[in-house]
Design a protein. Structure first.
Length: 290
């Protein structure tokens, strides 16, 4: 009601944002026909309606209206054949729910895009990420390679492929070559540095791993949850190279940041706590022996 009362006072340039908010409010108030009418009015009157469409599809995603969303996306793709970026964004939002149905809907939408635009790297990459999450690593690998073939400087595709090769396939040398080549063009790309550090760690090159992870924690923004992962990786590499005291310090940092910001997976958190306890015990034993 408040939004309705304000519509006569708004500036013309603010109308799309206000009426979109009104449509969302009506939808969430279960006034679906009125919300639908408001959205249709916006599509008719606003030249750039991409954010409006993404917002409306967000409501479908919240309610799990996957088939309805797919139909609407298909209609938009037919009406605006050059607007594949908006469709990819909707698919990514759907995938972020991370349920079986949301991932399946996202996969179907992205397949629609790639059928029409076989060289849409954003669509291919987003689909690769979804397949990777679902554990369909062979299919994901093919798509990562396809992105790199079309767009060799796609550091996200390179990083994810290298991580997969290192952690899931044991192809450490191939993964290292891939990261080394990409880092020549993007020397401060943090995720890629972290991946190379992990490759060095798996290969037993602990000093090089420590160097990469140290650079990661220096480059990461202080409020980034992912910094907790690099501190964990750094601590593990330090422990492997017998730098126990420094390893404990960095593991404590990782756990403290994770407590505030998150970042560690449950598997990494369990391993971090186990390794910290082990290092503390070894430290105590060494003190007793002395």
């Amino acid at each position: 009601e408040f939004l309705l009362s304000q519509t006569s006072n708004i500036k013309q340039e603010d109308e799309p944002e206000v009426y979109t908010a009104l449509a969302v409010a009506l939808y969430k108030d279960k006034k679906i026909p009125q919300a639908h009418w408001e959205f249709e009015e916006l599509y008719e009157t606003v030249d750039d309606d991409r954010n409006i469409f993404i917002t409306e599809m967000g409501l479908f995603i919240e309610d799990g209206l996957w088939e309805d969303m797919i139909v609407r996306v298909n209609h938009r793709l037919e009406r605006y054949p050059d607007d594949d970026d908006t469709i990819v964004k909707v698919a990514a939002n759907s995938a972020s729910v991370a349920s079986r149905d949301s991932l399946a809907a996202a996969d179907k939408i992205l397949t629609m895009v790639t059928d029409k635009y076989p060289r849409s790297t954003e669509a291919i990459l987003t689909r690769a990420l979804i397949l990777h999450i679902e554990g369909r690593t062979s299919e994901a690998e093919q798509l990562y390679r396809k992105v790199i073939e079309i767009k060799p400087d796609s550091v996200i595709a390179v990083n994810n492929l290298a991580w997969m090769m290192c952690e899931e396939q044991g192809k450490h040398l191939q993964a290292l070559k891939l990261t080394e080549k990409a880092l020549k063009n993007a020397p401060d790309y943090i995720d890629l540095l972290d991946t190379r550090g992990m490759i060095h760690y798996r290969m037993g090159k602990y000093k090089k791993a420590v160097d990469d992870f140290t650079k990661c924690v220096k480059l990461y923004p202080r409020q980034s949850p992912t910094i907790s992962v690099s501190y964990f990786h750094l601590a593990r590499a330090l422990a492997a190279s017998d730098q126990r005291h420094t390893a404990i310090e960095n593991m404590e940092r990782s756990l403290e940041i994770n407590k505030r910001l998150g970042g560690l997976s449950m598997q990494d958190l369990t391993e971090a706590k186990r390794l910290r306890q082990q290092l503390l015990q070894e430290n105590n034993n060494a003190t007793v022996i002395r």
